[in-house]
Structure formats: structure tokens, C-alpha cells
Design a protein around this ligand. Structure first.
Ligand code: FEO
Ligand code: CA
Ligand code: CA
Length: 749
């Protein structure tokens, strides 16, 4: 993590809804004794990345061959999951994977997605990103294609990857790797730079194939290839469709908007469509200093503040300064028009971002659809309960910002097996995702929890003093405010969630939280609670990092195995920590050097092997190791025990919190599988249905490179993937890699 403004760590929850121990909090003094400070010895004990891992050979892309027939033999009886040798922590600028595995780069920033698009020069001269790979690859899903070019859920050698392109690497305003001279770092931004930067955001759909020799490549001229950018027209559906909150100059009836933005985690519906979560979209909009008064301090001001846009907020890239054209002006959400309803300006434009958006990956003529019933917040992934005929369908979603919440949506419709492969997938999406009930989680003591309904049927929402909700459109657009009202538990940055196919339990990564304190010094700081129980200081070199710097992974089981249930049990599957940290206060899961991780983010269960893949997006342990991916074979909620953590306050009184810790992982149930190149995060994972190929995203290698060093590649903090033989130029690029096992076995064995 650099000292730049972190647009990925928003902090706008000043709600007064109860923390676990608000009474105690109010009596706390200024400073507390820190428990479990980590010794520095461990920080020097780590090697630089050879050991059991291998830096993989990179094979440059080639024209797509004909699809290969004949899948390999089924896994033999001798297969041992997690049988690979653990990869050591590493600071090397390469991808490390276990011996016996191979990986290659498949699809990187700028790669052509049409036959007519030239190869990527990677020197800032490239244009036409509407037909090229986007930047900052993130969540990703696999959609099988049969030989007939139609959906096939059994295909293992041909498919579509639907990929999120979350953001772009910047220092001050400019995405400098995209521009020959680094671009402008002052306002106004030139239109040509803005156009390029806008177009690297959004999503991509691309066809991939495996040839007869087992080599994967993407199909440059596939008719399925598609880019959706922040300027592509999108439909609005669900409660907010046509509501007054959605009316803009672009869509005076409030039924459409343009684009999807800061696409982070993903989901795949039980009916075969792609879902993408819009995360840190608020940072792209600007709002004038005098806008509270221009809005007569109406309730929209409350909403804008709760979503990170106080009056005077500046935008991440200054796209609103690209010119008079509407496509630039829409990034200014100040009230500038004279209308009562906002149809002559973009005062409501930000209400069109922050949703889960559904796409039919097989049909690029269909617009994406914002499923507003699922709520508006900083979305990560979307995980579905296993659909059961005759039962309602649930999906689970995190809101990634400090002190934000975990949500569940339950459909009104009950599942019909006939919907698993529908003729009109987006109509099926409307059936299950436009009508239902949105809930937010409250985590209580002793592993209990309840889902609080977010609707005017909940008296706490209907009678909320902090904001007056007009209708369900207002509730979903302002889901954070409704969750404040409902008394949701403030969490340590909810990232991805995923459903364990073995038992239906839902796992949730909580990446870290610098706002936890034993003795809070401001309203943004929280005391630890049962589900977010750790406060400690971790040293990165000599820099103290306080709060919960390494994060943890929760899991929960809805009561009775019924996804519509409003109560659940929970525990902590694992706490992130350095292996050398105090095992009684910090390294509570007793992670070894082959298992230790920090800031879990991406989380995906393999439907083939059942392996839980854990990916990190870390800034705390990165003096020791680059970000990584681990393989886990977890147990179930309640397989561990209760643990009491005791903290000392400055006045020598104690604060205790009970948490529930899952069974300690062993060398056979948790193991590091991959370490990425310098400055990257690992994020996004999907697989072929046989589990023999996994696709993984390497996001923002070289992120901390200084724009002033652009002319000197030796100063780039990463040169991946060019240093591994992929593509022209030295500028680092986000990319998708594919990993296979050399003996033809399943990945993770
Ligand atoms: Fe896009 Fe919270 O990670
Ligand atoms: Ca994430
Ligand atoms: Ca992230």
C-alpha cells in the first residue's frame, strides 16, 4: 500500500447504530495497551521465492486452434487434495506455483478483442480500448461453450470468460501507464486521455479454447468477445426502476443509465448468467463545495455523505473536465439545473451506480441489467445458496468499506429446475432478483446471528430518525442507511463471499480494518466485537499498523439449512496473521509459515474439488511477501471452540470479548499455492468443470511505480508479465493466467 489516496478503503459509516458494546465504548479512555504486538524476527525470516515454488514459464499467445476433443481420464483413486508442496512467501517479480504445475498468461490489459485491432504496443500509443482488454482484472466466471457454439455446462475445452476490469493504476489523476508521456496530472484532463481511461473500466467477455496439446489461448476474433464500459447503455430493474431517485438528463424516466464501474467481485447465477458487483464507484464523481445549499440541504445530502460524496468531493481522475460533452459532464453530480426532478442535470447520476449488474454472457446484443433489489453499496462478489426445487433462492453480498455490512437477498419466487437452462436468461434473472427481501446481518455473541429485514415493514427502518425512506426504491438505493437503522453489525471490510458446495455454508472474507480500537478516539473507531474480535499492532518494518491489519474469514450457516431463514450460526474459519505472531492474541488460528496470509479478499470454492481458494489484497505483510493464493479444505461452522480475548486499557481495566474460532487448520487442510508478482493483488478465479484448469487474475502489478519514473523501466516496481516473455514493452499489465497440473490431474491435488 502506498501513501496515495486509497480509493479502495472508503470510510463513511458514522451511524449511531450499536456496536457490540457501545455503552462500554462511551466510557473508554484515550489510549489502551496494545496486545499481541508482533516481534520483528519473523519479518526477516522469509526468503525471496525459490524453495518449493517454481516461477512458471510464459508461453506467448497464439492464434486459436480448433477445439480439442477427449477430456483426460478422471482423477485416479490416488489423488490427494492439497498434495502439492507449499509455495514459500516471496518478493520476486514473478508468479510462483508448486512444482508439477504450469501456468501461462492468457489475456492482459490491451490485448485485442477483435480481428481488426492491432497488437498492444504497451508504450502509451495504443487506442481503441473499447475493443481491447480492460485494466485491473478482478472477479471472473467461466461459461462453457459446446462445439455448436451454444451454452454447454459440460464443456472443458471451450468457454467464455466474463472478466471484471475494476480500475486503472494511477498516482495523481492520470492512469499513467496508458499514456505515452504519463498524461496530465492537473485539471482539466484532455478528452483523449479521459476517453482512454474510461474505456479500460467495465467488463469483458472473451472466448477461450484449449488445443489438442493442452494449451489454452483466447480467441482474438471470436464473435462472443464483448466489452462493456462506463459509457455502455444499461437497463435499470427492480424497485428503483423509474423511481424519482433515478431520473437524470440521460434517462428522464429513470429506467436506464450508462455503464458499470469499478467492477470487483462476480457471481454466476443458477440460471447461467454473469453478475458483476460495482464497488468503489463513488470516487469517480465530483460534487461542488456549495452543493448542500444548492440542494436546500434536502435528504439527498444525507445520502450523498453516507456514500462518500460530501460537498466539495473531488473525483479520482477528473473525467468531468474532459469537455462539454454529456459523457464528461455526467461525472459532476452537483445540482446545476433548475428542474425540480433532476432531469436537466446529473444530480441523481450516482444513484445509478453501486449495484449488482446481470449480463447474459452468451448474447452480447442484450443490455446489462442493474438488479436494484439487491441494494446499493460497495459490492464485492455475489454467492448463491444451492438452489432447491420449491425453496426460495438466496444470495449473499458484502459491502467493502470500513465498518460496513454483510447482506442477503431472498427471492419471492421459489426455485424451479426448469429455470436452470432458460431460453430467456435475463427474464429468469428478473424472476429471482427483482422481487424479494433484502436483509442485513447482525452478528451476536456465542456464534448466533440474525438477518434484519430492510424494508418499511421493519419498524426500525420505517421509523429511522436519520433518514426518512419514501418507499422500497429509497430503501435499496440507500441500503446503507436502512442497514444503519436496522442495527446491523459493523464489520472489518466485507469482501468476497462464497458458498461451500459440500454443506451450503457461506464464507466471508473480512480483509482488514484500521478503525478497530480498544479505546476509540473518534466515532469512526470501533471496539472489537464477537465477529470482529481482534485489535493489535502489527509492525511493517518500523511502521505500526493498528486495528485488525491482517483480517479474517467468517463463515455462517443459515438455520435449518434454509436460505430463507432469518437466523444463522457463525464462527471464524481462520484469522490472517504472520506465523510468528503471538498465538494467544493475534495468530489465533496458529498459521504456520506455509499458511500465513494477510488481508483475505477473493474467495472461491471449486465445484470440482471442493477446495476453498483464498486470495489476498494486502498492504500489511507486503514487506515480507507479495500477495498470494492459498488452498483450503475447511470443516464446518462450530468445529472449533469459543475463545475469550482480554485487552488491557490504559487505566489497567480490562475489556474482554468472546469469539468463536474454527478448528485449527493443519498442513493437510491449508497451504499456500501461489505467490504473485510485485505490487499485485490476486483476485478472481474460475475453472473448467473438470477442475483441471483454473483461471486466475493478477491485478495491478507494479502499482506503486511513480509516474515520474515512466521513462525508465528499470524503476518500475514490476515488469510483469513482460519479464516473463508476454507481450511488448516493459510497462506492467494486469492479466489472466491459466494454471494446469502437468500430470493432467485436478488443480489443487
Ligand atoms: Fe475490489 Fe474490495 O476489492
Ligand atoms: Ca475485492
Ligand atoms: Ca481488492
Amino acid at each position: 500500500m502506498s501513501d496515495r489516496i486509497d480509493f479502495n478503503d472508503e470510510d463513511s459509516n458514522r451511524s449511531a447504530n450499536p456496536t457490540f458494546d457501545s455503552v462500554l465504548t462511551s466510557r473508554l479512555n484515550r489510549r489502551g495497551l496494545l496486545l499481541g504486538g508482533v516481534g520483528s524476527a519473523v519479518l526477516t525470516a522469509c526468503g525471496g521465492g525459490s524453495g518449493g515454488g517454481v516461477a512458471f514459464p510464459i508461453i506467448p499467445p497464439a492464434p486459436a486452434p480448433a477445439p480439442a476433443p477427449a477430456p483426460g481420464p478422471a482423477p485416479g483413486p490416488t489423488e490427494k487434495l492439497l498434495g502439492f508442496g507449499a509455495v514459500p512467501k516471496s518478493l520476486a517479480d514473478s508468479v510462483l506455483i508448486p512444482a508439477g504445475y504450469s501456468a501461462s498468461v492468457l489475456y492482459a490489459l490491451g490485448d485485442p478483442l477483435t480481428g481488426a485491432t492491432p497488437a498492444y504496443a504497451n508504450d502509451g500509443t495504443d487506442t481503441g480500448f473499447e475493443n481491447r482488454g480492460g485494466d485491473h482484472h478482478d472477479g471472473m466466471e467461466w461459461f462453457g461453450l459446446g462445439a455448436d457454439g451454444k451454452r454447454s455446462d459440460s464443456s472443458i475445452d471451450r468457454g467464455l470468460l466474463a472478466v471484471n476490469h475494476e480500475a486503472t493504476t494511477d498516482e495523481t489523476l492520470s492512469s499513467f501507464f496508458l499514456h505515452a508521456n504519463g498524461g496530465t496530472t492537473t485539471l482539466p484532463r484532455p478528452a483523449a486521455e479521459v476517453d482512454k481511461e474510461t474505456a479500460v473500466h467495465g467488463i469483458a467477455v472473451l472466448e477461450v479454447r484449449k488445443d489438442g496439446a493442452g494449451k489454452w489461448s483466447y480467441v482474438k476474433d471470436s464473435a462472443f468477445n464483448r466489452r462493456v464500459t462506463p459509457l455502455t447503455e444499461i437497463d435499470i430493474a427492480g424497485p428503483a426502476k423509474g423511481d424519482a431517485l433515478m431520473k437524470t438528463k440521460y434517462s428522464p424516466t429513470g429506467v436506464k443509465t450508462r455503464g458499470t464501474l469499478n467492477n470487483c467481485g462476480t457471481g454466476k447465477t443458477p440460471w447461467g448468467t454473469f453478475l458483476t458487483g460495482e464497488e468503489n464507484w463513488f470516487g469517480y464523481f465530483t460534487r461542488a463545495a456549495g452543493d448542500d445549499a444548492a440542494r436546500s440541504n434536502d435528504k439527498s445530502v444525507t445520502s450523498l455523505k453516507r456514500y462518500g460524496r460530501a460537498a466539495g468531493a473531488t473525483s479520482r481522475h477528473g473525467w468531468e473536465t474532459g469537455g462539454a460533452d454529456d459523457k464528461y459532464q455526467r461525472w459532476n453530480i452537483s445540482k446545476t439545473g433548475a428542474s425540480v426532478d433532476g432531469t436537466d442535470d446529473y444530480r441523481n447520476e450516482m444513484n445509478g451506480m453501486g449495484f449488482v449488474v446481470e449480463f447474459d454472457p452468451y448474447n452480447k446484443s442484450k443490455l446489462g441489467v442493474k438488479r436494484t433489489a439487491l441494494g446499493r453499496y460497495a459490492h464485492e462478489s455475489i454467492a448463491f445458496s444451492k438452489p432447491v426445487a420449491g425453496q426460495k433462492v438466496a444470495c449473499y453480498m458484502g459491502d467493502d468499506a470500513r465498518n460496513e455490512y454483510f447482506y442477503k437477498f431472498v427471492s419471492d419466487a421459489v426455485w424451479s429446475e426448469a429455470d436452470a437452462n432458460p431460453s430467456d436468461p435475463l427474464a429468469t434473472g428478473a424472476k429471482y432478483l427483482d422481487q424479494g427481501t433484502l436483509y442485513v446481518a447482525r452478528f451476536d455473541a456465542d456464534g448466533a446471528g440474525t438477518w434484519q429485514e430492510l424494508s418499511l415493514s421493519n419498524p426500525a427502518v420505517a421509523g429511522f430518525a436519520g433518514y426518512s425512506f419514501a418507499n422500497q426504491a429509497d430503501v435499496v438505493v440507500n441500503a446503507r442507511l436502512a442497514a444503519d437503522a436496522a442495527g446491523a453489525t459493523k464489520m472489518d471490510r466485507p469482501e468476497w463471499c462464497a458458498t461451500n458446495p459440500a454443506n451450503g455454508e457461506v464464507y466471508l472474507t473480512l480483509t482488514n480494518n484500521s478503525n478497530r480500537r480498544i479505546e476509540p478516539a473518534s466515532s469512526s473507531q470501533l471496539v472489537p466485537d464477537p465477529a470482529n474480535p481482534r485489535v493489535y499492532t502489527d509492525f511493517k518494518g518500523t511502521t505500526a499498523q493498528s486495528g485488525n491489519p491482517n483480517g479474517h474469514i467468517l463463515r455462517m450457516a443459515d438455520a435449518g439449512g434454509n436460505p430463507a431463514s432469518t437466523s444463522f450460526r457463525w464462527d471464524v474459519y481462520a484469522f490472517g496473521a504472520e506465523s510468528g505472531a503471538n498465538a494467544d492474541t493475534v495468530n489465533l488460528s496458529k498459521l504456520t509459515a506455509d499458511q500465513d496470509f494477510s488481508s483475505p479478499d477473493g474467495l472461491v470454492f471449486s465445484r470440482s474439488t471442493g477446495i476453498c481458494w483464498i486470495q489476498t489484497d494486502d498492504g500489511a505483510y507486503t514487506d515480507v511477501t507479495n500477495c498470494m493464493m492459498l488452498a483450503a479444505l475447511p470443516g464446518q461452522v462450530g468445529d472449533g471452540a469459543k475463545k475469550t480475548l482480554t485487552y488491557q486499557r490504559a487505566d489497567s481495566t480490562q475489556y474482554t470479548v468472546d469469539t468463536m474460532i474454527g478448528k485449527q487448520p493443519t498442513a493437510d487442510t491449508l497451504k499456500r499455492f501461489l505467490v504473485g508478482p510485485s505490487g499485485c493483488e490476486l483476485t478472481g478465479l474460475c475453472e473448467t468443470p473438470d477442475g483441471k484448469a483454473i483461471f486466475v487474475n493478477i491485478q495491478h502489478p507494479g502499482e506503486s511505480t511513480k509516474q515520474a519514473d515512466l521513462a525508465d523501466p528499470s524503476k518500475y516496481t514490476s515488469q510483469w508479465p513482460s519479464n516473463a516473455g508476454y507481450g511488448a514493452g516493459k510497462r506492467p499489465r494486469s492479466a489472466t493466467i491459466v494454471i494446469t497440473k502437468d500430470d493432467g490431474g485436478r488443480v489443487g491435488s
